[in-house]
Each structure stands twice: as structure tokens, then as C-alpha cells.
Write a protein that binds this ligand. Structure first.
Ligand code: PA5
Length: 427
């Protein structure tokens, strides 16, 4: 699945050097005790989405309908109702054995933007487009506005009776605008589990339906998540989630660390950093507390943010996610490289270069006294991404426990939502 790596110097030695051994041991003890409690009480619902869950049958049916009948899928949803799916489907382009593929292109206009809606409507054909509207609450203004706009656009080419087949909905059971809308249209409605919050919902129908439409296996995502969840339950103190939470909290308390950097060295994980940024910020930024997530991707951001990470304030906990890539990708012709004096890259592959860059960057950061952790996944796969999802969600929840905040609410953003509705009505 994935391994944690702290470089040549062990974690214990690094903490000892900073005089943090005792503080870390205490946070690790508290984090492990909490994780053990979670394990004993059956783990949290987001981490218990079974690879054999009956709702995957509904997911498969809806995905087959969409894939068979439509060239385009517009996924409407914002925040936790979109970012997980975006992160999950991003790997479909990079899996060598992903032969099933799909002819359905997925569009995820997760940020409400008039110009983006105009662009989409100008580019797509209504008759060949399906709309999947996702909202746990069923009341989010952005998603509802997009939905109404999509319907008007579809109706320019699709007649009344056929309209319902162009929509699928995911929302919680009970009376809510999105559900009523779907019921009136006679479209399929999948349930959003009531016990899983938006930013923790990637392994539910919310992430798994787009995954299935993209031709990936929802069961494999969940299998990977199950494996990580059971490792967490069996030996919480050694899990990446608990160690990560104890480390972040210790560094925050005792070394003025206020930011967490997530820097994968794989294009396939670029969208994953957006998903993680939301999960971390919205779950932990409370009561004047929290650490700010920073997104970067290697190697490109070595040429943009790395100078700051190396030589700016030492206030970041850096997590690298790497996929072994020695020998991967195109190989550079030795004679050609040498003829330009580029002997060091003669015969190397692009993957060789990336591997060396990641290693060099991590070592340089450590040399500058920065705290660096590497999570190495053995390959890009649905299972490994499912495992990473659940590991980071558990890490967030355990960190919230150490900080003493509720990971599952977001009270501060509610005020702005109420005001927006009021301003819009008053226009
Ligand atoms: O994580 C969260 O709870 C939020 O980011 C929500 O996902 C986001 O506000 C969208 O909410 P809803 O799914 O109810 O439309």
C-alpha cells in the first residue's frame, strides 16, 4: 500500500535533536488512545464504506446508463461534493491497465462562474449531455443555480418526457429542494449517507459514481480504503494517520509550525492536493486554531515555491507523496544528450529524473532543519488512492481530537451563505 519514510535520520533522532521527544511521545500516546477508541467503537462511517456495499449496485446501474447514452457528464457540486470525485477520477488517465476507458467526458465546474457555464454550454451538445447534481444538504445555492441553468439549456434541445433521463441526483433522504427537483423530473436519485459529511464523502456514492463513469473500479477504491482502515484498527500507533497527527500537533505546539505542505511527485495526484486542502482547512480551522494547508506538486513547484520552503520561515510540516518511477517514462537518447554536454542525463528516463529531484528536494529540506515525511505508494492504482483518501481523513480527525476541535462542522461559513441568499433576493 504505502510506506512512511523520514529519510536517513530516524524520526526519533530528529525529534530528539529538537528536544521534542517527550512532547511527541505524549501526543502519540493521546492520538493512539483516541484511534484505539475509534477502532473499538467500529470506526467512523466515512472509513467503513464496504467494497461490497449494496449501494455500489445503484452506482453501477447509474454509471452504465450515463456511459451508454451520453458523451458528456457535467458534475454539479461544490466543496466536498466535488473535490473528492475530481481527485479520484484524475488517476484514470495514468493507469496503464485502465483499458476499459470511457467515451464520456466528465466536466466538474465546481466553482460557480458565469463564463465557465457559458463556455460549457457553447462547447457541449445538450442531447448528448448528462447532468449529475450532488449536494448533501440539497440546498447549496451554487449547485441549485447551476442545475436550473443546465435544465434551461438542455430544454433547448431535449423534449419534456426525455428530460428526466438526462439527470441523476445524489442527496440526503428527506425533504430538500434538490430531492424534490429530482423526484419531479423522475430521475434516478442516489442517497448521500446521512452519517458522512461532505468533505469525508469521497468513498460514498458522491465520489464513486463519477469514478464508475470514468471506467475506474469503485470496489477497488473501497478495497484499498478497507485495507488501510484495518491496519489503522490493528496497530494505530504505527499508522501514517496517527503518526502524522501526532507530529503535526507537536510541531504546531512546540516549533511554531502553522502550515502543512502536501507535495506529491505525480501529475495524477494534483487534484488530490485540492481535496486535501479542503479537508484539512475546513475540518481544523476553528476557534482561532488550525494549520494552513499548502498545495504544491513536484517537480514543477521546485521552480515556484521551493525557495520559500527551504529558506523562508521554518513553519511548515512537509509531506511528500511519491510513486517509484525509476526507469519509467521516455528514455533520453545517450548519444543525443552527450552531444549537447548533458552527460548526466544520457540514457536516463524521465522517471529517473523525477526520482532524483524528489530525493534531492527532500534531503535539502532536511538539511535546512525542515521536518519532512514521505509517503511512498508502490504504484498509481485505485486501491492505493482509496487508501490515501482514508488515511488522510483519519489523520485529520485524529488531529482535530488532539487540538480539541470538532472536525465535522463548519459553523463560520454558514453566515456568508445566509447573507448571499439575502443579497440575491434583494437584487
Ligand atoms: O465539506 C463540507 O461539508 C462542505 O464543503 C460541503 O461539501 C459543501 O459546502 C457543499 O455542501 P452540499 O453537499 O450540502 O451542497
Amino acid at each position: 500500500m504505502f510506506e512512511m519514510n523520514f529519510g536517513a535520520e530516524s524520526l526519533e533522532i530528529q525529534l530528539q535533536r529538537d528536544g521534542l521527544s517527550e512532547a511527541y511521545a505524549e501526543n502519540l500516546r493521546r492520538a493512539t488512545a483516541y484511534a484505539t477508541e475509534l477502532a473499538e467503537t467500529g470506526l467512523l462511517p466515512f472509513a467503513k464504506q464496504s467494497s461490497e456495499g449494496p449501494e455500489l449496485t445503484d452506482v453501477a446501474t447509474a454509471a452504465t446508463h450515463i456511459r451508454a447514452g451520453f458523451k458528456h457528464l457535467i458534475v454539479l457540486g461544490t466543496g466536498g461534493s466535488s473535490l473528492g470525485a475530481q481527485a479520484a477520477i484524475a488517476i484514470s488517465r495514468y493507469l496503464p491497465d485502465h483499458v476499459a476507458g470511457t467515451n464520456t467526458h466528465i466536466h466538474t465546474p465546481d466553482s460557480l462562474c458565469p463564463f465557465e457555464m457559458d463556455r460549457l454550454f457553447a462547447a457541449l451538445e445538450p442531447a448528448k449531455t448528462h447532468v449529475l447534481a450532488i449536494s448533501k444538504s440539497g440546498t447549496t445555492a451554487e449547485t441549485l443555480a447551476q442545475l436550473l441553468a443546465c435544465r434551461a439549456w438542455l430544454e433547448t434541445k431535449v423534449s419534456g418526457d426525455a428530460l428526466g433521463a438526462h439527470f441523476t441526483f445524489i442527496t440526503e433522504p428527506g425533504e430538500r429542494p434538490l430531492r424534490t427537483y429530482g423526484e419531479k423530473l423522475g430521475s434516478p436519485i442516489l442517497d448521500h449517507p446521512t452519517d458522512v459529511g461532505g468533505r469525508f464523502s469521497v468513498l460514498t456514492t458522491v465520489g464513486m459514481l463519477p469514478v464508475a463513469v470514468s471506467g475506474l473500479s469503485a470496489a477497488k477504491f473501497r478495497k484499498g480504503a478497507e485495507d488501510v482502515s484495518s491496519d489503522f484498527c490493528e496497530n494505530p500507533g504505527a499508522s501514517a494517520a496517527v503518526v502524522g497527527a501526532a507530529l503535526t500537533h507537536t510541531l504546531h505546539q512546540h516549533k511554531s509550525v502553522t502550515q502543512v505542505l502536501l507535495m506529491p511527485y505525480a501529475e495524477a495526484l494534483r487534484a488530490f492536493t485540492r481535496w486535501h486542502g479542503q479537508l484539512w482547512a475546513e475540518s481544523l480551522g476553528k476557534d482561532g486554531l488550525g494549520t494552513t494547508p499548502i498545495r504544491a506538486i513536484g517537480p514543477v513547484d521546485q521552480h515556484s515555491q521551493l525557495q520559500l520552503f527551504l529558506d523562508g520561515p521554518n513553519d511548515k510540516f512537509c509531506t511528500f507523496v511519491t510513486v517509484p518511477s525509476l526507469g519509467e517514462g521516455p528514455r533520453i537518447d545517450p548519444a543525443e544528450a552527450k552531444s549537447y554536454g548533458l552527460d548526466y542525463m544520457a540514457g536516463r528516463t524521465i522517471g529517473d529524473t523525477v526520482t532524483c529531484q524528489s530525493r534531492a528536494t527532500q534531503e535539502t529540506l532536511r538539511g535546512k532543519g525542515r521536518m519532512v515525511r514521505e509517503l511512498v505508494i508502490d504504484r498509481l492504482s485505485e486501491e492505493n488512492l482509496g487508501g490515501l483518501f482514508v488515511s488522510f481523513m483519519l489523520e485529520t480527525v485524529v488531529t482535530a481530537h488532539l487540538m480539541g476541535v470538532n472536525a465535522f462542522d463548519q459553523p463560520a461559513v454558514e453566515e456568508g451563505k445566509i447573507l448571499t441568499r439575502q443579497y440575491l433576493a434583494d437584487l
